[in-house]
Design a protein around this ligand. Structure first.
Ligand code: BMA
Length: 342
């Protein structure tokens, strides 16, 4: 039996979950929409800013029954905080995309670069999933810079240009050649946030011992003296999993991994932890809510004292927080990165 089947992987001991988790949930939002999760977080102009995904399920009875409700209305809202722990939000949709072609925008990630906030997000369209990038300075007006071709999502932007170019991580879905969910993590570059190219495979699912399905970028990278520290999500499937939330066929588990990339050339992986950073273990991660066994980091803040706040969606239902010291996170990379990818 593999390590995944034996459930040998656990959350790294250097990680501490915030005892008052979740940090944001439907209870905190006026009108109490159903699911608040998969947030992006940044520090901007002296306060913490969170862009959260809201799946507003209009019929909870139906949601708790056997079928998944398909009539979700999804929007992105913003919350604000002075300490990153207690948040306030008006619960007002701030960013939505709906038209004949586009069904919804979701899973925002925030990066502050050149004094502006750049939001990367996923867009479900009639012709596939696309990755979008928008710029805002007030969280009310957004200028969309680009939308990828399908299928692509989980884009995250580095917080500064590297060698004169913007850099992002992303996760295309190559179903034709890879089959099923065998999806990998890629990197591309742009002179202007609009035109993206020089795409490179950065990390393949086969290189992650705690994934047997797919991987993708998680929170945008943070800069440390040792390199760009970045999380990724890793998915394993176990068909023996019993409880599955609202979706009976759900057999996946989402864990978080971490790796370190070269500061001047982030196509080079300095190291990767061969064990997960976090695995679902608490009630709110494992067996409450929409999809069981999901940890989905979308924001990382490096504080002046070296504490790193890691914000993650739990069970696709609430937003949670964990912390670790940056030096401990850097020390986690025990193995050199895969070198055969380039
Ligand atoms: C992914 C995305 C995420 C979600 C995750 C777990 O494919 O849809 O938004 O959090 O699955 O359900």
């Amino acid at each position: 039996m593999s390590c995944i089947e034996q459930n040998l992987f656990t959350t790294a001991s250097i990680v501490t979950r915030y005892p008052n988790n979740p940090v944001l949930s439907s209870q905190d939002v006026p009108g109490q929409p159903s699911l608040i999760f998969n947030a992006g977080v940044c520090k901007y102009q002296g306060q913490y800013v969170m862009a959260y995904r809201c799946d507003d399920c209009t019929n909870m009875d139906q949601a708790n029954g056997d079928t998944i409700p398909h009539q979700f209305k999804t929007w992105i809202g913003f919350a604000y905080s002075d300490n990153g722990l207690q948040w306030r939000t008006s619960g007002k949709p701030c960013f939505e995309m709906h038209n004949d072609e586009i069904r919804r925008a979701y899973d925002p990630r925030l990066t502050v670069i050149e004094g502006k906030v750049v939001m990367c997000f996923a867009i479900d369209t009639q012709h596939g999933v696309r990755g979008g990038i928008a710029v805002t300075e007030d969280f009310e007006n957004f200028k969309i810079q680009t939308m990828t071709t399908p299928d692509n999502r989980n884009m995250v932007l580095f917080p500064e240009k590297i060698n004169g170019l913007y850099v992002r991580l992303e996760r295309p879905f190559p179903v034709y050649s890879r089959g099923k969910d065998q999806f990998d993590l890629w990197l591309s570059q742009s002179p202007d946030l609009r035109y993206w190219g020089d795409h490179r495979l950065l990390l393949a699912v086969e290189d992650v011992p705690f994934a047997n399905d797919k991987i993708g970028p998680a929170a945008p990278p943070i800069k440390t003296k040792a390199g760009w520290l970045t999380t990724f999500h890793a998915v394993d499937i176990d068909f023996n999993r019993g409880k599955n939330g609202w979706e009976k066929t759900w057999k996946k588990r989402y864990t978080a991994g971490i790796m370190l990339l070269d500061l001047n050339d982030p196509t080079q992986i300095i190291g990767i932890s061969k064990r997960p950073l976090m695995t679902p273990e608490t009630h709110y991660e494992c067996n409450a809510g929409f999809r069981h066994n999901v940890i989905f980091p979308g924001g990382m803040i490096l504080e002046d004292d070296g504490e790193v706040k890691i914000y993650y969606g739990a069970a696709d239902t609430v937003e949670a927080l964990a912390t670790a010291h940056v030096d401990d996170l850097i020390a986690l990379w025990s193995e050199p990165g895969p070198s055969h990818l380039f």
